[in-house]
Design a protein around this ligand. Structure first.
Ligand code: NDP
Length: 285
């Protein structure tokens, strides 16, 4: 028989996880604070639990999909967790993830943290992948079940690692999206529509990954040879972006923050180094 699974938290993500588990034939128990969110899943075969305690008791494995880690404490504060495996796929800081692992161990549970890297509609598809870290034996025991949600990537025993990777990805994602919006507003100041600009933005995003192998080499070696894109040249360009944004009447906070990194790198003596030397300014603000 397929492993029974409990899903706590039925926002778009929790519902998507439960759907994927049900589709793969896992007996799936669900619970959500606000009633009604389980209805569609119950129609699809899920068992609604009357309380968080009943939900956890129903399966050896409980997956949590909540707004943050505080919600886990709110839900499971009085619940017997002895012998259970908790896999928390909610977003929070790496430090709170570590605290949660200690908290769970104190309650006799094994704890795995995860960071889901796709939106709800992609859960259970080939595009879905999830970072995991924490109790490795518990992860290995249930890796096959977790694979129903998305491709699992095990990062190691430190429970903080999955959220560190998740937040690092979101760091790039949020900054890139904000950069795209800012750039679109910039060309928009001349009457260019977002649709007209989109192919050029796509070209830029597509080309970015080509820079990464060399950049990673510079960063890991600590050597930033200024043969091409120097801090001075890139910093001057960053200043031009701020000037263009200002002239267009736009919010300049984002390009000004980027220019600030270049200014600081110049002040730290990196003017003739490669742009990758900005990492020193980021590491020691
Ligand atoms: P929602 O905010 O829609 O759902 C959050 C769930 O948490 C709901 O079931 C909500 O219950 C529950 N909840 C929040 N606080 C409490 C509490 N104090 N006590 C009990 N239950 C609580 O989020 P999503 O489903 O979109 O996301 C879930 C997690 O997945 C988040 O951490 C998010 O950052 C992460 N994530 C989301 C992605 C996305 O594209 N949406 C992609 C990758 C990760 P109730 O219904 O009662 O409010």
């Amino acid at each position: 028989m397929s492993t029974p699974v409990t899903v706590l938290g039925l926002g778009p993500m929790g519902r998507g996880m439960a759907r994927a588990l049900l589709a793969a034939g896992h007996p799936t128990t669900v619970w959500n604070r606000t009633p009604g969110r389980a209805d569609e899943l119950v129609t699809a075969g899920a068992v609604p639990a009357g309380s968080p305690g009943a939900a956890v008791a129903a399966s050896p494995l409980t997956i949590l999909s909540l707004t943050d880690y505080q919600a886990m404490y709110d839900i499971l504060g009085d619940v017997d967790l002895a012998g259970r495996v908790l896999v928390n796929l909610s977003s929070d800081t790496p430090e709170r993830t570590r605290e949660a692992a200690t908290w769970a161990a104190g309650r006799g549970a094994r704890f795995v943290a995860g960071g889901v890297m796709v939106p709800a509609p992609l859960l259970g598809t080939d595009a879905a992948y999830v970072y995991y870290s924490g109790d490795e034996a518990a992860f290995d025991e249930y890796a096959g079940v977790l694979a129903r949600i998305g491709r699992p990537h095990r990062l190691g025993p430190d429970p903080a690692l999955a959220q560190l990777y998740y937040q690092a990805n979101l760091d790039m994602f949020l900054t890139a999206l904000a950069g795209y919006l800012h750039a679109t507003a910039l060309v928009g100041s001349a009457g260019v529509s977002a649709a007209e600009f989109a192919p050029w933005a796509a070209d830029l995003f597509d080309s970015l990954s080509a820079y990464l192998p060399a950049a990673a080499g510079h960063i890991d070696s600590g050597e930033h040879p200024g043969t091409l894109s120097t801090v001075r040249m890139m910093g001057a360009t960053a200043d031009h972006v701020v000037g263009a944004s200002d002239a267009a009447g736009l919010h300049t906070g984002l390009p000004a923050a980027v220019r600030d990194l270049y200014d600081r790198a110049v002040a730290a003596g990196h003017a003739t180094d490669n742009w990758t030397s900005l990492i020193d300014v980021i590491r020691t603000p």
